[in-house]
Design a protein around this ligand. Structure first.
Ligand SMILES: *Cc1c(COP(=O)(O)O)cnc(C)c1O
Length: 401
């Protein structure tokens, strides 16, 4: 490694020896962060336009969230669900209220919440809808991303996520995303749930056609299936509303939440639904040692309180308009397509891979992440200033010339 490399923050380019190679991080080693900025081990600052895939919606170390965590660290952090604690019921009540639903089942990671949603839909299907034992079907979509567990990757259409991890969990039906007729054709009496990202994040920020989510809602109602909105990435302010479903006035039967719910401090996820649906669980039938722990609930409550102000959703909508205005003016010779909503965009390049674009942005002090092929994902913290956003977009323009 050269001195110049060190100065440029490339300390991580040496191949990782002691960690599995399940990621290919950009060559930057971060040591501190605040708001929309991170600083590497050499003191170089970068604007974080990924925000941990939306887990940092409120920016790094938001003072309100840090204070809530610190208060709880001084009280109690973990009791397990064997006992009650005083943050649990308020967290569940406040989250249910935010989502206009009745009941919450807290977990830790997004994948666990999706697994919980799948188990809920199946149990509900057998016990409430009356589907014959072992025959429940959950409809999912081409290009989906719902996490990395063996059941979830069983219905992934991404070979990297799926290949060599079989045998696969049965019970899923995959249909094209954004095609209401294809969904209609896939519905029958055995369908207990339709698991959908209102905007597909990992696939490259794919926004379905107008009117599509309302059709999904109608088909679920018509066939007596649960509409399960995976808003782990799209929810909690990212698209300029609390939930991406709101843009189409759609209310799903179940929200799956994660990422930003933990304020970038602890992993917090949850399934939020009606009492008729989540009421299917009896003691011993599902759980998690860490799910709904006091620290998670305290941080989650502060996240909910911050969302309650509407300030972050408004910022995302307003700055999102600015972001998409500027992205629309990128040269057509360099950029094939821009997609997204609010402070969330997928930018697809013509002559660069997403990885090359991210490396070029890194050189210019901006962190972003490629998704598939030639697309990068932009998801700045919702508290980013317009000036910082413009600074980052100037760099994006520079690499698009
Ligand atoms: C990130 C993500 C998940 C998985 O969350 P993890 O916390 O990484 O397990 C599931 N669904 C969507 C839409 C996501 O973006």
């Amino acid at each position: 490694m050269t001195v110049q490399d060190q100065a440029a923050g490339r300390l991580s380019t040496a191949p990782a020896v002691h960690s599995a190679h399940n990621y290919h991080p950009l060559p930057v080693v971060i040591s501190t962060a605040e708001g929309a900025w991170v600083t590497d081990v050499n003191g170089r600052r970068y604007l974080d336009l990924l925000a941990a895939y939306s887990a940092i919606n409120f920016g790094h170390r938001h003072p309100r969230l840090i204070a809530a965590a610190q208060r709880q660290l001084d009280r109690v952090t973990l009791v397990s669900r064997a006992f009650e604690h005083d943050q649990f019921e308020p967290f569940c009540a406040e989250l249910a209220d935010l989502a206009g639903q009745e009941m919450v089942l807290p977990m830790n990671t997004g994948a666990e919440a999706v697994e919980t949603a799948i188990k809920t839909a199946r149990k509900w299907g057998y016990e409430v809808k009356g589907v014959p034992a072992g025959e429940a079907v959950i409809v999912v979509f081409d290009g989906n991303f719902h996490g990395r567990t063996t059941t979830i990757i069983s219905f992934s259409t991404d070979p990297d996520a799926r290949d060599s991890f079989g045998p696969y969990t049965p019970g899923f039906r995959i249909v094209p995303y954004g095609d209401a007729d294809a969904l209609a054709a896939a519905m029958d009496d055995r369908v207990v749930g339709v698991l959908i990202e209102p905007i597909q994040g990992e696939a490259g920020v794919i926004v379905p056609p107008d009117g599509y989510l309302p059709r999904v809602r109608e088909l679920c109602t018509q066939w007596g299936a649960l509409m399960i909105a995976d808003e782990i990435q799209s929810g909690l302010g990212r698209t300029g509303a609390t939930f991406a479903c709101e843009h189409e006035n759609v209310v799903p039967d179940m929200y799956v939440l994660g990422k930003a719910l933990g304020g970038g401090i602890v992993p917090v996820s949850a399934v939020v639904s009606s009492a008729a649906v989540l009421g299917v669980f009896q003691p011993g039938q599902h759980g998690s040692t860490f799910g709904g722990n006091p620290l998670a609930c305290a941080v989650g409550r502060e996240v909910i309180a911050m969302l309650r102000t509407g300030e972050y959703q408004e910022r995302s909508a307003k700055l999102g308009t600015h972001l998409h205005d500027r992205l629309a003016h990128l040269p057509a010779s360099a950029v094939r397509q821009v997609r997204g909503r609010g402070l969330w965009a997928g930018v697809e390049f013509t002559a660069m891979t997403g990885r090359q674009a991210c490396e070029a942005l890194l050189e210019r002090g901006v962190l972003a992440k490629d998704t598939h092929g030639s697309t990068i994902r932009l998801a700045p913290p919702l508290m980013i200033s317009e000036a910082d956003l413009d600074l980052a977009l100037d760099q994006l323009e520079a690499i698009s010339r």
